[in-house]
Design a binder for this molecule. Structure first.
Ligand SMILES: NC(=O)c1ccc[n+]([C@@H]2O[C@H](COP(=O)([O-])OP(=O)(O)OC[C@H]3O[C@@H](n4cnc5c(N)ncnc54)[C@H](OP(=O)(O)O)[C@@H]3O)[C@@H](O)[C@H]2O)c1
Length: 243
């Protein structure tokens, strides 16, 4: 299958690419990002890094023909482009909305136009995203509502596609990478978990789960943190690996 990983240069994207190069059902990986995607480190035995096609996109609102050609005929996409809460202060909120909402909507539309059917779109959201726009959460209110809007858009797009697009929303809490996180990330993770009450999933577990859903089909429309841990741990155990 041909898998697009959008946001392949990020924290989760790097792990998805690392695992996908060893997946026997994934033949082509389009690593889509605003800068080149490096070859994964520690890919392990059986990895085939020649499956990776690094594709740099300079305009995520209006895909150039050269990018459209690379994403054509995709079977699935794992979408990871977003501004995380820790980076919210680096830009105006309207910019964050454009990157999180508009880029996702345009990316889904561009890929679905030339994809194989059914096309599986795995969207990475967050545990506190709120789809009900009348319920503003007490913390990160506008951000959580906006991420909920993205979820609703993706799900509605799939519903209106009459089966051509199948969507899955993943809702991780804190994503951890034991032994690979710096002190800053560890502190943020601890604060997030204790004050906001966020559950935790390991990056290897969520990456495995998303690849599994893309390759073998979507278990359910929305995968909560506990589902990501459950599916990830089960699949890793079946592969003879641990998280
Ligand atoms: N990390 C967590 O603990 C956590 C928890 C819950 C949910 N999530 C969600 O999981 C998803 C992935 O998170 P992550 O931790 O992997 O985030 P990340 O490391 O910040 O990666 C985000 C990706 O989006 C790209 N990106 C950011 N701004 C962009 C722009 N203006 N134009 C094009 N691409 C842009 C980044 O490119 P560059 O590499 O070039 O910056 C990167 O490829 C997000 O939806 C996030 O909200 C993460």
């Amino acid at each position: 299958m041909k898998l697009v990983v959008a946001g392949s240069t990020g924290f989760v994207g790097t792990e998805v690419i690392r695992q996908a190069v060893s997946h026997p059902s994934v033949n082509t990986i389009v690593a889509l990002a605003r800068r080149p995607t490096p070859a994964p480190e520690n890919a392990g035995p059986g990895a085939d890094v020649s499956k990776i096609k690094s594709v740099v996109c300079e305009d995520f609102e209006n895909y150039p023909e050269s990018v459209k050609k690379e994403i054509a005929g995709a079977d699935a996409c794992i979408w990871l482009i977003a501004i995380t809460p820790g980076k919210l202060k680096t830009m105006p909120f309207e910019q964050t909305r454009k990157i999180c909402l508009d880029y996702t909507a345009k990316g889904l539309e561009a890929m679905a136009a030339t994809s194989n059917k059914p096309f599986r779109f795995i969207y990475t959201s967050g545990a506190k995203a709120e789809r009900d726009q009348s319920k503003k959460p007490w913390i990160l209110g506008d951000y959580s509502l906006m991420r909920g809007q993205v979820e609703s858009h993706v799900l509605n797009y799939a519903k209106q596609s009459a089966g051509a697009v199948q969507a899955c929303i993943t809702r991780p809490g804190i994503i951890s990478a034991p032994g690979r996180m710096g002190i800053g990330m560890t502190v943020l993770s601890t604060i997030g978990r204790s004050i906001i009450g966020l559950p935790k999933v390991e990056v290897s577990e969520i990456a495995t789960t998303m690849i599994e859903q893309a390759v073998n089909g979507i278990e359910k429309e929305t995968l909560l943190n506990e589902d990501l841990v459950r599916i990830g741990q089960k699949t890793l155990a079946e592969q003879g690996k641990s998280s």
